[in-house]
Design a protein around this ligand. Structure first.
Ligand SMILES: Cc1ncc(COP(=O)(O)O)c(C=O)c1O
Length: 389
């Protein structure tokens, strides 16, 4: 297929599947109907089979048997699941905690960052970033009197940049190390949103100099619908960040029921209130599956799947804004066609599941633990059959 005059066939996809070192991981997931072509794991990952057993264990062994006594080992579950996640993003143990939602976690870290840069009055974000990030930034600016700047060219007055590692529409991957260094050199902090990167690409937050990051666990980490999100704070910032919601899970000596909030010196200072133990148990299973497969292998397969998808787009004449350079893209491929929304609806009815993003983007999510090359072939061939050009 290096020769672009060759035609890619479904048999090529079958050969790629047969040679896929991660193919066996698909058997660890519940596949509702073998005929379904699922290309939306970038929105909601598939359910690991182990999740249902793990939920039963927590229900029977912990909740039903131990009752309230199970809080003896539930109490630090957000930190322990964080330690399972940490190696997937190049963080150290004690730097990640799994809790609450991505939206909440952006809010907390942006507040913490502006408090660390009191002389600066601007928050920078891309006008194209994911809506919740933009809305949270607008809301904070509205409440605090900060100015919102769209874009990152001039960082002179910027306290914090809020940035997605991977663009949710095009899958373009930012040079995290270079952009973090540039912001820090200009005196700004950066809160990175890894929602489309975690469990998808190999990333080393320490090597990139990242100090603050958040992300979800329901996409490539297969943590379940509404699975808790996570926060990463580099060890050196943990004792100095001040987050805006002072809940009892973030205070020292929680059960002393003291008169005032005293923030813990560690990552747990970003916690709020009682965590959802069942949701954490499900998230842990998904996170542990990615850890078992290894981010190097996952990223390598993600590159192959997205390369295959882009080659197919070219073959079928489907325009894609997704970068061709594998170092600059995440694990989905965007197809831009005028009737994108109608195509996604029509194909969903046939069991071929993509998602649609305004104004004209079909996203083909390539989840290395569950997506087959044949899924990519079948999905993109089906889009080609319906696309208006
Ligand atoms: C980049 C990004 N940030 C945040 C979110 C969603 O935030 P939450 O999990 O709080 O709904 C998404 C959801 O797709 C996302 O893609």
């Amino acid at each position: 297929m290096a020769d672009s005059t060759l035609v890619i066939t479904r048999d090529d996809a079958l050969v790629l599947d047969a040679n896929d070192d991660l193919a066996h991981f698909r058997g660890r997931f519940h596949i509702p109907n073998p005929g379904v072509v699922y290309l939306d794991g970038n929105s909601l990952g598939m359910p690991p089979k182990r999740t249902i057993e793990r939920l039963r264990e927590v229900y029977e062994d912990d909740w039903a048997t131990g009752l309230i006594r199970s809080w003896d080992h539930w109490i630090d579950y957000p930190q322990r699941v964080g330690d399972v996640l940490a190696p997937l993003i190049g963080a150290a143990p004690g730097e990640v905690v799994v809790h609450d939602t991505t939206t909440m976690n952006v809010y907390q870290l942006v507040h913490a960052a502006i408090a660390l840069r009191p002389g600066r009055r601007t928050i920078a974000i891309s006008a194209d970033d994911f809506p919740t990030d933009r809305y949270v930034v607008d809301g904070i600016a509205n409440a605090t009197g900060h100015r919102v700047q769209h874009g990152f060219d001039d960082l002179g007055d910027v306290a914090v940049c809020v940035r997605s590692v991977i663009d949710y529409r095009t899958a373009e991957l930012v040079d995290v190390a270079a952009e973090t260094a540039r912001a820090h050199a200009a005196g700004a902090l950066v809160v990175w949103d890894l929602s489309h990167a975690v469990g998808a690409i190999e990333i080393d937050l320490h090597a990139c100099g990242v100090q603050l990051a958040i992300g979800c666990s329901y996409k490539f980490l297969n943590g379940g619908p509404g699975a808790p999100a996570w926060t990463y704070v580099a060890a050196e910032l943990q004792p100095v960040i001040e987050q805006p919601i002072w809940g009892w899970f973030a205070t020292v000596d929680q059960f002393a029921m003291g008169p005032t909030f005293q923030p813990r010196p560690d990552i747990a200072r970003v916690l709020l209130g009682t965590p959802s133990i069942l949701a954490l148990a499900a998230a842990e299973v998904g996170i542990a599956l990615s850890a078992e497969a290894g981010m190097g292998h996952i990223h390598a397969k993600g590159r192959s799947l997205t390369w295959f998808a882009i080659e197919l787009c070219d073959q079928f004449g489907l325009p894609t804004p997704t970068p061709r350079d594998p170092d600059r893209r995440g694990n989905h491929v965007a197809i831009a066609v005028p009737n994108a929304k109608a195509i996604v609806q029509e194909l969903a009815g046939r069991g071929i599941i993509f998602d649609f993003r305004e104004p004209d983007i079909i996203r083909a999510g390539c989840s290395p633990l569950t997506t087959r090359f044949t899924d990519v072939y079948d999905g993109i061939a089906a889009v080609a059959g319906l696309a208006t050009r």
